[in-house]
Ligand binder design. Sequence first.
Ligand code: NI
Length: 169
Amino acid sequence: MTVRRIRVIPDPALRQKAKRVTRINDSTQRLIDDLVETMRAAPGVGLAAPQVGVSLRVIVVEVPEEPLYTLVNPEVVKKSGERRVEEGCLSVPGYKATITRSVSVTVKAQDRTGKPCRIKATGLLAQALEHEIDHLNGILYIDYLSSMDELVPVGASETEGEGALTSGI
Ligand code: NI
C-alpha cells in the first residue's frame, strides 16, 4: 500500500465527474488499499479517488465506531432531513465551514468484491458519505457557501478533513 498525494484546490482533478468502474481488477484493489492508507495517514475519515487524481467512482469512509467502508460506484438513493454541520475537506486544507447536510441517507454501491450493498446511515457517517459522493461529481463543500467569507481558518492540528472537523475527531 502506498500513501498517495492528496490534490488540493484549485487542482482540476477535483472538478471532474468521475467515471463508473465497470470492472473491478487488481488496479482497483490497489487504488482502494492506497485510498485507505492515504486517508488514515492524513488523517481523515473519508477519501475519494479524484482526491488522489484518479477519476473513478471509488470512495473510502471510516468514521469512529463504524466499520471501514470501501465503496465502488456509490450513489445516494434516498435522503431525508436537514441539519447544520461543521465540515472540512482534505483538499481544502486549513479551513472549515458550517453547511447543511441530510439527517439520514441510503447509499447503494458495490463493495470491493463487486457485490451490491446498501448502507443506511445517519450522523457523521451520512455526512461523510454525502461529502465523498460529492467528490465523485466534482463538488466540494465550499460550493454550498454563499460567500468564501463563511470559511473559518483552523489550526494545523485540527485540519482533519472529510467531516472530521466535527466534535474533535
Ligand atoms: Ni473532501
